[in-house]
Design a protein around this ligand. Structure first.
Ligand SMILES: Cc1cc2nc3c(=O)[nH]c(=O)nc-3n(C[C@H](O)[C@H](O)[C@H](O)COP(=O)(O)OP(=O)(O)OC[C@H]3O[C@@H](n4cnc5c(N)ncnc54)[C@H](O)[C@@H]3O)c2cc1C
Length: 316
């Protein structure tokens, strides 16, 4: 019996969620008193296996299978590994790729699937925690099955640390090409695509309080002075003032920086869903009753057009 975690890579690099899966996987494996196995499918499998060889991992399975993620390939490989290993839990990332193949894999193996998991417990009944209604409520799902699949939410578990001594098992799995119906032909970055706000330690985030596109420069100057990354609430992206990859929230990115500075942002639930995991939250808002102050550690109840230039001057 094992927990089998499926790692994720893109364009030659393992994604952060792969290392978070190791921590989550170890937690689940400990709770169920079983081993943690990790699968690397495609890409530079030997290099990725080495990078994933962290404390707590028992076995790493490598399967050469092309360079990039492919639905038809992943579903066949995972199906084959799962049939072979018969894992108690199949753990996958709740990422764009993970959500592409996890339902198909679970369906193919006739296993239940719990998505977007943020917590796991097996001290009494086996259960997973997830959020519902735009993060307004947390629900606990009791899993009444011997074997099951889960996708875990990125940024919820810490990345695994510490060198490991996992056994590496190399596999060759024959792919039925007639079941591979799509091919990755290339990548095209969307505007500003080089910035991943979910990786930033300090985020300076701008909201509708900024009033006009030209004023965003004020916030950029502060972000520069702080060595921070610029992000925003949704109305700023909807207005076309910043690209989509800067949006924090339910329909944007989930971020967990050390510091999140919310400027002219009210703190709507859909925004909070994306930033409530920040270590320190600082708000600048003229409205003392703005919901952002319910979760802010520090606040400046004042006009951003007064405060921001002053802060920029102080930090420059
Ligand atoms: C399905 C769905 C998904 C959504 N997904 C997201 C999402 O991913 N991310 C997201 O952000 N939103 C999302 N939204 C939108 C969300 O509901 C809010 O409308 C949005 O977050 C509000 O953005 P805001 O705080 O910038 O603007 P507002 O709510 O308009 O707040 C502006 C704030 O600025 C303050 N202010 C005004 N002038 C100044 C000044 N001079 N100085 C200081 N403060 C000032 C005001 O007091 C106010 O609190 C979603 C909505 C839906 C329905």
């Amino acid at each position: 019996m094992t927990v089998l975690a499926i790692s994720e890579h893109r364009r030659g690099e393992l994604r952060d969620v792969s290392f978070e899966l190791l921590t989550a996987g170890r937690e689940v494996a400990d709770a169920l008193d079983t081993d943690l196995h990790v699968a690397v499918i495609g890409g530079d499998v030997a290099e990725h296996a080495e990078e994933l060889n962290h404390e707590g991992v028992d076995v790493i399975h490598t399967v050469p299978a092309g360079e990039e993620f492919n639905h038809g390939v992943y579903t066949q490989v995972i199906d084959s590994l799962a049939t072979d290993l018969d894992p108690r839990v199949l753990l996958m990332p709740n990422s764009v790729n993970g959500l592409d193949y996890a339902p198909a894999v679970a369906n193919g193996l006739s296993l239940p699937l719990v998505t977007d998991v943020i917590g796991f417990d097996a001290s009494d009944a086996v259960s997973a925690t997830r959020e519902m209604y735009a993060s307004k409520v947390e629900t606990t799902i009791e899993i009444d099955a011997d074997r099951f699949c889960m996708t875990i939410r990125p940024n919820e578990w810490a990345k695994a640390e510490g060198a490991g001594d996992a056994e590496i098992r190399e596999h060759e799995i024959e792919i039925d090409e007639s079941r591979v119906r799509s091919t990755v032909t290339g990548f095209e970055e969307v505007g500003g695509g080089d910035v991943d706000i979910s990786d930033a330690d300090v985020l300076v985030s701008v909201g509708r309080g900024i009033e006009e596109e030209e004023n965003i420069e004020l916030i950029e100057e502060l972000a520069d002075a702080l060595g921070a990354t610029l992000s925003s609430s949704r109305p700023i992206v909807d207005a076309g003032w910043l690209p989509k990859n800067r949006q924090v929230g339910q329909s944007g990115k989930v971020v967990t920086p050390d510091v999140y500075l919310a400027i002219g942002i009210s703190g709507a639930v859909q925004h909070v869903a994306g930033m409530k995991g920040a270590d320190t939250i600082i708000a600048i808002n003229t409205d003392p009753n703005a919901p952002i102050y319910d979760l802010a550690d520090y606040g400046i109840v004042d006009d951003l057009f007064e405060v921001v230039p002053e802060l920029t001057a102080q930090f420059s």
